[in-house]
Design a protein around this ligand. Structure first.
Ligand code: FAD
Length: 299
């Protein structure tokens, strides 16, 4: 990590709560599921799909995992009842992965079973590299039992990702591909931007050639351009992949993707546990803190 990035990473953790809160408004649907439903309906009306995520991660008591699982069940049932064009995203550490991996698997199994019953889908987000093996193991078990109803995430900053794609070449495969958001040691992760981007494009080609469904999750215009070129070259139809973006980021790019005839899904987080999520977003893009501060101060 460069000295500058190190300084930014340290400082962001101490950005005052009101500034983080101000910044968080555009990135988070609100504090309740009703807020996420409203935002999803608006996005659906504008031709976008959504994936709803309840904020919370790295829990410390297994009771919290059960509570999160119950809330996630409620999301699936609400999506069905409200006829939203959306699905569910969950985090393994929110379901107790670091406390009890077997019970965590049982909770996620229950969610994916419910998704199957409702004709829906659960995306298992990828967290830091300490959880990659366990997350992929859970996905590997679930993909045979629930093809079409479960997927996970692979990160192009990890050097292991091409091997992970190759390891799952048989049977049903469904990945969100993103750059990766955690600060990982260089032994595991590319640090050079071009290496991360090159790995992104190569991994996307590898997974599509292997027959995977790919959710292309990036706001990087060059990677979007490369992905559009690739899907055209491979003659894929629009239902064989999708683009994904975070709520509140680059609405112009949304329009460009939709105008190209591609499907786009927006990640819609909600909940009271917005502080760690927002700090991560700020750490990733510190210029946002500056814009938020300027707007607050009217300068
Ligand atoms: P960048 O080079 O970071 O960004 C490209 C441009 O987009 C920047 O110039 C900037 O203007 C803009 N931009 C990017 N991010 C933001 C932002 N937060 N706010 C404002 N502008 C921004 N990571 C994981 O590790 N695990 C996951 O499960 C995961 N799920 C994700 C789901 C979705 C739908 C998306 C879109 C991202 C997800 N990520 C996840 C985060 C991802 O790994 C990246 O950290 C993040 O998307 C930024 O990378 P980028 O590809 O957009 O490229």
């Amino acid at each position: 990590m460069s000295l500058f990035n190190y300084a930014v990473a340290k400082t962001i953790m101490h950005v005052p709560k009101p500034i983080v809160s101000y910044f968080a408004k555009g990135y988070i649907a609100g504090s309740t599921l009703a807020d996420a439903v409203q935002v999803s309906k608006d996005l659906n009306r504008q031709g976008m799909m959504t994936t709803i995520d309840i904020l919370g991660e790295f829990i410390t008591q297994f009771d919290q995992a059960i509570e999160f699982k119950n809330q996630a069940l409620e999301i699936l049932r609400t999506i069905d009842r409200e006829k939203l064009n959306g699905n569910l995203s969950i985090k393994p550490t929110q379901m107790g992965l670091l406390l009890d991996p077997e019970r965590c698997f049982e909770l996620i199994h229950e969610l994916v079973s419910e998704a199957k019953k409702l004709g829906s889908f659960v995306r298992i987000d990828m967290e830091d590299v300490g959880t990659t093996d366990a997350t992929l193991e859970m996905f590997d078990k679930l993909r045979w039992e629930f093809p079409g109803h479960v997927g996970t995430v692979l990160q192009s900053y990890l050097r292991r990702t091409p091997q992970d794609i190759a390891n799952h070449a048989d049977g049903y495969q469904n990945y969100r591909l993103c750059k990766g958001i955690y600060v990982e040691p260089r032994i595991h992760a590319w640090k050079n931007t071009q290496a991360i981007n090159g790995n992104f494009s190569n991994c996307l080609a590898q997974m599509l050639e292997q027959g995977a469904y790919a959710a292309i999750a990036t706001h990087d215009e060059f990677l979007v351009f490369e992905a559009m070129h690739l899907v055209r070259k491979m003659n894929l139809t629009a239902d064989q992949y999708e683009f994904q973006m975070l709520l509140g980021v680059d609405e112009e790019l949304r329009e460009i993707i939709l105008a190209g005839g591609h499907r786009l899904r927006i990640y819609v987080p909600y909940g009271r546990d917005w502080l760690p999520y927002s700090r991560r977003r700020l750490k990733e893009n510190p210029s946002i803190a500056q814009h938020a501060l300027k707007q607050m101060l009217g300068i």
